[in-house]
Design a protein around this ligand. Structure first.
Ligand code: FES
Length: 140
């Protein structure tokens, strides 16, 4: 029997909220799929659009950016700036033939471990439904 395809998903997460939320989920032993690779940044405002494009270029099937809720960003408006950039990046993704559902931005606080588990589960489900990134055809 063939093994089920596992998507490669990169999560770029803010140190102060979503990383702490992910940590809480782990500490509370909340179950969620392990198919995600996380990179911690100090703020989602630090997420350069090129990070996301590079992830897709290097074989990611999906990218999740997660930070503090609006009003809670430790650098005041980093998450607003990141959210605005997501619209731009999604439009670029569509233009190069990638479904923009492969990129998701969410807001998960340090106390929302269960929400983090739900977000990860849902992102993985969405990307699995979309299948492997069509950019992989060009990497062969
Ligand atoms: S510090 Fe968390 S999004 Fe800015």
């Amino acid at each position: 029997m063939a093994e089920e395809w596992q998507p490669k998903i990169l999560a770029i997460i803010c140190n102060w909220c979503s990383y702490a939320g992910a940590d809480l989920a782990g500490g509370a032993r909340i179950q969620y799929p392990p198919d995600i690779r996380a990179i911690r940044v100090m703020c989602t405002g630090r997420v350069d659009p090129l990070f996301i494009m590079k992830a897709f270029q290097d074989g990611a099937d999906g990218v999740l950016v997660s930070g503090c809720h609006f009003g809670d960003c430790h650098y005041l408006e980093g998450n607003f700036k990141a959210a605005k950039r997501m619209f731009l990046i999604k439009s670029v993704l569509k233009n190069i033939g990638l479904n923009d559902k492969r990129l998701r931005m969410t807001f998960v606080s340090a106390s929302e471990g269960a929400k983090w588990a739900g977000v990860v589960t849902d992102v993985i489900k969405t990307v699995k439904e979309l299948g492997p990134s069509p950019l992989k055809e060009f990497q062969k």
